[in-house]
Ligand binder design. Structure first.
Ligand SMILES: [Zn+2]
Length: 81
């Protein structure tokens, strides 16, 4: 069994590289993407990102250090078509 990482917990302590704004507590956005993560509750792989509330930069979670070999669960998410 793969380790399951909670995406919301993963964001605790993460900050925007550009303006140092905390990214914890931000809603995780996801959409179907063949290069993405296995996410609980979704059949297809999903791309995961959060938006910096200050500058609007879309932080893909791999840029913040989340390995794509992990299985992900998300509490607070927005699924996009
Ligand atoms: Zn920012």
């Amino acid at each position: 069994m793969a380790r399951v990482v909670n995406a919301n917990d993963f964001l605790i302590g993460k900050r925007c590289y550009w303006d140092d704004t905390p990214l914890s507590g931000q809603t995780v956005h996801l959409y179907k993407h063949s290069g993405g993560w296995k996410v609980r509750g979704f059949v297809d792989l999903q791309w995961l990102y959060v938006v910096c509330p200050k500058c609007g930069y879309q932080w893909a979670l791999w840029k913040l250090g989340l390995s794509r070999t992990e299985e992900i669960e998300v509490n607070d998410l927005v699924a996009e078509a």
